[in-house]
Ligand binder design. Structure first.
Ligand code: NG1
Ligand code: ZN
Length: 529
């Protein structure tokens, strides 16, 4: 390691005194002006990780749905997954080290993780459209170069596009070409192949209004437009030319406030959707003729995809194991519908994509979605190989056609991470193939009224949870209070947990009516103090 270069460059990216940050569920998130040293050091860490695993590592500068003034950074592991949990601790150590201790901390990481500093390093970089992102990604490059690493800067990309690039690069192109054209071509080809199998193709024109949260999704969707077939008419709103990123719009705003975004004029029964700021989440919605707003969140997206996949799996008759993975935020009625009506096993895990992804890997077909619209489908290697084999070898027409649809689904869905663009195409294809309107989709089940609140407390870490975050272990007495409050209402459920991305405690409640869900959430929030 070139100690002189490390000293020189770390002095250019000084750590504000007394600032301690943690690598949480979405990497580091904070006010942008506090992050320069963090991104520089994450450049160092990405190079170390690359040397450790002899593969390309990704690094994305974004704070997703958080305000434009914030920013963040997260690392992407070789197959496009989130950074391995064992390295999250190294990330936190490196970010918080005093400047004069930086070299020592790097040496310790090298020892603990058996990193050979003489090895090559390769890092892919991406960033969102925040005004601070460009400069921060330059600081990432400084970090990579101090450790002699190579880098490729993709510039403005959605978070899932960067995950895709990293996966393509490390699988020698098996997953696709590690370029934006490669991504657009792969997705649009699979999409067109899929809708070709629709019996009503030709008759329909598919209009879809998309709120891009004034983020990078707008730029990338515009780039992708020429790849879409003529029948798909995509109308982009909140493209970032007029308003601020995530301001009164985007998937998180729509989900949390349960109302339409600003900047999108919605006619009755029109199908609309919102991406978040880095386009890894999507929610759908529409307004009925009485003017009532209907949200179709991640749970209902998971349900639609599960119905479609279950039918196809029944046709190919391979006894593939399919399951849905949710978190405690999943609406109680979605879980009931999946288990009781659709008869698909459902698993509940802790919040955070890495937990859902990990659980979904246990199945041949693992569908995972957070209620907020982050999710995807994972196919096991064995299932994928079998499906591709059926497409070429199967004599039975119905079985072969079903296998072909599954094959196109495998290519259309971004298996590395939740991807708003890819999910949107999957949903549009399924709605077209099944001839479903947005209202019919919405009517699969009725969401239980619910409320999500956040409160600021002195130290959110005093709350410790268990049972996939559905019960509080500490502080003592809190769970008992919540249990007593929940008992007052019908069809009720409530829980509290410390956020992994913001300095707040989140409170979730559902009950038979909106008034009751609101009252329960409020009462639980008082119990937290
Ligand atoms: P936290 O802040 O830990 O609740 C939020 C989301 C997660 C996940 C992460 C990462 C909710 C309630 N929480 O986590 O589901 O998406 O951000 O972006 O939506
Ligand atoms: Zn996001």
């Amino acid at each position: 390691m070139d100690s002189e270069a490390l000293r020189k460059f770390s002095a250019l990216h000084p750590r504000p005194a007394g600032l301690t940050l943690h690598y949480g569920t979405a990497g580091f998130r904070s006010a942008a002006q506090q992050l320069d040293h963090v991104v520089f050091r994450m450049g160092l860490l990405a190079a170390l990780r690359s040397k450790a695993v002899t593969a390309t590592i990704g690094i994305m500068v974004t704070a997703s749905h958080n305000p434009e003034e914030d920013n963040g950074v997260k690392l992407v592991d070789p197959l496009g997954e989130m950074l391995h949990p064992s390295w999250e601790e190294y990330a936190t150590q490196l970010a918080n080290a005093e400047e004069q201790e930086l070299q020592k901390v790097i040496t310790e990481i090298c020892q603990k993780a058996a990193v050979n500093l003489h090895k090559d390093a390769s890092v892919f970089i991406g960033r969102d459209t925040r005004p601070s992102s460009k400069k921060l990604s330059q600081s990432v490059i400084d970090g990579i170069q101090v450790l002699g690493g190579q880098y490729h800067d993709y510039g403005l990309v959605t978070t899932p596009q960067l995950h895709y690039m990293v996966c393509c690069q490390n699988t020698q192109g098996q997953y696709g070409k590690a370029t934006l054209e490669g991504y657009y071509e792969k997705l649009s080809k699979a999409f067109m192949e899929l809708i070709k199998q629709s019996h009503c193709s030709g008759e329909f024109q598919r209009h879809l209004k998309i709120d891009c949260a004034n983020g990078v999704g707008a730029l990338k969707l515009s780039e992708m437009k020429p790849y879409f077939p003529q029948e798909v008419l995509i109308h982009i709103y909140n493209d970032g030319t007029k308003e601020k990123l995530n301001h009164l719009c985007g998937a998180d705003f729509v989900k949390v406030h349960q109302k339409p975004p600003g900047g999108l004029d919605m006619k009755p029964n029109e199908r609309c959707c919102s991406f978040d700021g880095d386009a890894d989440r999507i929610v759908y919605y529409y307004k009925d003729t009485a003017g009532r707003f209907h949200l179709i969140d991640g749970d209902k997206i998971a349900t639609l995809i599960s119905i479609f996949l279950k039918e196809l799996l029944a046709k190919v008759k391979q006894n593939f194991k399919m399951a849905v993975v949710q978190t405690a935020y999943a609406n109680g009625n979605s879980t009931r519908y999946l288990q009781e009506t659709l008869k698909v096993p459902v698993h509940c895990v802790k919040t955070g994509v890495k937990h859902l992804h990990h659980k979904a890997q246990e199945f041949d077909v693992g569908v995972y979605f957070e209620a907020n619209g982050h999710g995807t489908v994972l196919f096991s290697k064995a299932a994928e190989t079998k499906i591709r084999q059926l497409v070429t070898e199967e004599k039975d027409n119905e079985k072969r056609e079903a296998a072909k649809m599954l094959e196109n689904m495998i290519d259309l869905i971004n298996q590395t991470v939740g991807d708003a663009v890819s999910d949107m195409l999957v949903i549009e294809a399924i709605l077209a193939l099944k001839g479903l309107s947005v209202q019919q989709w919405d009517a699969l089940y009725t969401d239980l009224p619910n409320r999500l609140l956040k409160v600021q407390v002195a130290d959110r870490r005093v709350i410790d949870t268990t049972d996939a975050e559905r019960r509080a272990l500490t502080p003592p007495g809190l769970q008992e209070k919540i249990d007593a409050l929940v008992k007052k209402y019908k069809l009720s459920r409530a829980f509290v947990r410390p956020s992994g991305t913001e300095d707040v405690v989140r409170i979730y409640a559902e009950a038979d009516t909106q008034e009751n869900a609101d009252a329960l959430a409020h009462e639980v929030s008082l119990a937290v103090f």
